[in-house]
Design a protein around this ligand. Sequence first.
Ligand SMILES: NC(=O)c1ccc[n+]([C@@H]2O[C@H](COP(=O)([O-])OP(=O)(O)OC[C@H]3O[C@@H](n4cnc5c(N)ncnc54)[C@H](OP(=O)(O)O)[C@@H]3O)[C@@H](O)[C@H]2O)c1
Length: 272
Amino acid sequence: MKKTVFITGTSSGLGKLTAKYFASQGWNVAATMRTPEKETELTQYENIKIFKLDVTDIAQVNTAVAAAVAAFGKIDVVVNNAGAGTYGALELAKEETIDWQFATNVRGPINVIRAFLPHFRAQKGGKFINISSFMGVTTAVPVGSLYNMSKFALEGLTEGLYYELEPLNISLHLIEQGGSSGNSFVDKVIWNEHPEITDYEAITTRVRQMMQEAKNGPLDDPQTIVDAIYALATGASKQFRTVLSAMGNQLMEMRRSMPIENYLDTVAGWYK
Ligand SMILES: NC(=O)c1ccc[n+]([C@@H]2O[C@H](COP(=O)([O-])OP(=O)(O)OC[C@H]3O[C@@H](n4cnc5c(N)ncnc54)[C@H](OP(=O)(O)O)[C@@H]3O)[C@@H](O)[C@H]2O)c1
């Protein structure tokens, strides 16, 4: 029987590439996105079905999951990929931006995981692959505390769930990526700014420049991330964290080997 993957956030970037790759390998794909009416590429695949899904809308999550299960009979793997970021000083963030960051990157995966658990329990197994970031295991970019918070929370959620889901044959995996070419993440960042508060301006400008340079420079090849997701989906590997970016590996090694005070000063020094 064909296997089926359910993916969130397939309108662009990693989500779209992952949907296309699984489809090319013969999988059924439940590709979900907020605006299916705009999609022209994934609609060309006979083994991809598109479902409308905003991960922050619990009713829509439950409807989409039920529709995907009804369409394919069984979902084997869920990729929690949908995500977005806000940068800029915490003090300058609007209340709704703070709530949005949590709703998108934390409550969203919670909604999807909870909607799938009855199905996974009934079929006595399943896999969740959660797309995190090296910003989920390190603090490497100033004025990124809200994004850090959201991905650290996703890490804690995933790690904490291990104990209740492992006995049910439901596996959990985290992908720590650092951005890949072809995604639109940086263009969609919500920047927290205030025309009269200038204390954070210099560091925010440096971070903005760094992000643009990284975007236009040699980011990770997205196929290496798709390959890692596919290997976890198809294999029996229990690997819990997969760190993909060279930058992420370097930062995690620094984090492991340095006292936190030295780590924080070293990273802060990069932006002075
Ligand atoms: N790119 C990076 O620098 C980077 C680095 C580390 C980790 N990540 C993580 O990698 C994942 C994929 O991002 P990407 O790099 O492929 O960026 P991307 O091209 O911006 O893709 C993000 C996807 O998430 C969707 N999304 C956002 N909010 C949503 C919501 N409320 N409900 C459903 N879908 C929503 C977007 O849909 P819309 O088109 O509707 O906005 C888009 O399809 C994210 O979790 C991100 O946090 C990215």
